[in-house]
Design a protein around this ligand. Structure first.
Ligand SMILES: [Ca+2]
Length: 395
């Protein structure tokens, strides 16, 4: 160390601090030999194969090798030539949702949620796969939702234990919910939607589950399951059937919600559990605005990435806890909540080191920017990093 010049010593100490900031977990890089640019989900098909499918935002889905050190992948689907994103739409536009039908083993069906241009819209579609390969020509479009901006369209999709498909859609506003979409039940943006992909009763494309809060379609669109959402990022069901949803905040608060049928989650009257100061009109007297079960302010992080309940074996102390992170600040936490949704603890597990990238004059940025928390085939937690890296959470 004595031979290190001062600047290098300072850098060494700085890196050392970041690395030893009492992280409770380690992030170990896996699939190092595979190009995994802009990963958005790792999904395990319900077919007993134990395969891991990696969805990338530019429209590819890869089947990852069993050996995490291998370079061998199979391309399941490649929609990268479609141009899902506008020139200024990179970062939020593209393929943001991928889910297998619960009976994928028998019917080969899976679902995608992605943006398309001219006109700008969010598409939910179904495709069929044969063994190792998706058949792009089998695509059946279920929903097309008009968008007016490149940001805030959510796009995560997940099947519930009820067999219905849940779709998280952002408010398609640049800022401030300026078009007042989230509370408006006549549009599908700023909502969680629920549809029955096995039925064709609605427009010949899918069905409306009878338990949807506006199933009769009177005064509100029947696909809506919950509303008052800003930009849902990270949706997952736990083993008790609860739907966890992280809603990205604007100026002050990031939030974690338990989504229930007909729930109004407040945006843009509220940001987190607080009145949104840029909105001065009062909510209707009858409105019941549901607060998040947990929120953190912008002193802690700037953009929440929702995750899932830990169900792996490597870190037994995290059993039953909800793992989530912050995309901008590069932190990972575990949240423990009781069955009533009361938070018992929130523990910082990991803080990303900072990096100057290729340009030391640039403001430092975080090394790990979590885009998703997913279970691998063994149930261990993977952290997908916007910088194109996949980590496994270890001791
Ligand atoms: Ca809210």
């Amino acid at each position: 160390m004595k031979s290190l010049p001062f600047a290098a010593l300072a850098l060494f100490l700085c890196l050392n601090c970041a690395a030893t900031a009492a992280d409770a977990v380690k992030l170990t890089r896996v699939y190092e030999k595979i190009e995994t640019k802009w990963p958005i989900a790792v999904v395990i098909p319900p077919d007993g194969s134990g395969r891991e499918f990696l969805a990338l935002q530019r429209g590819q889905v890869l089947i990852l090798p069993k050996d995490t050190a291998s370079a061998e992948t199979a391309t399941f689907l490649d929609l990268s030539s479609r141009g899902m994103e506008a020139a200024n739409g990179k970062f939020e536009e593209g393929l943001n949702g991928f889910a297998f039908h619960p009976k994928f083993k028998d019917n080969g069906l899976f679902y995608l949620c992605y943006t398309a241009q001219k006109p700008k819209r969010l598409i939910v579609s179904e495709m069929k796969a044969d063994g190792q390969k998706a058949d792009e020509k089998s695509e059946r479009v279920l929903l097309e939702i008009p968008l007016i901006n490149w940001n805030h369209h959510g796009g995560n999709i997940v099947f519930g234990p009820d067999g219905f498909l849940y779709i998280g859609v952002g408010d398609t506003s640049k800022r401030n919910d300026e078009k007042r979409m989230s509370q408006l039940t006549a549009v599908l943006v700023g909502k969680v939607l629920r549809i029955d992909v096995d039925s064709r009763e609605y427009h010949g494309a899918y069905g409306i589950p009878a338990g949807n809060p506006f199933a009769d379609g009177v005064d509100a669109l029947p696909q809506i399951y919950a509303y008052g959402i800003r930009n849902p990022w990270g949706m997952s069901f736990d083993s008790k059937g609860r739907l966890w949803l992280a809603d990205v905040g604007q100026d002050l608060w990031e939030e974690i919600n338990w989504i229930t049928a007909g729930g109004n989650y407040g945006w843009s009257f509220r940001e987190g559990a607080h009145q949104f100061p840029l909105r001065t009109d009062a909510p209707p007297a009858e409105a019941k605005l549901i607060d998040p079960i947990f929120e953190y302010n912008h002193g802690e992080g700037l953009s929440i990435t929702g995750g899932m309940i830990y169900a792996g074996k490597t870190l037994p102390e995290l059993a039953g806890q909800y793992i989530y992170g912050d995309f901008v600040i590069g932190k990972v936490w575990s949240l423990r909540a009781n069955d009533e949704g009361k938070v018992e603890s929130n523990t910082l597990l990991y803080t990303s080191p900072q990096t100057t990238g290729d340009n030391p004059k640039k403001k430092p940025s975080v090394l790990v920017k979590p885009t998703a928390f997913c279970a691998n085939a063994e149930g261990e937690m993977l952290v997908l990093d916007w910088n194109g890296v996949i980590y496994r959470m270890d001791k």
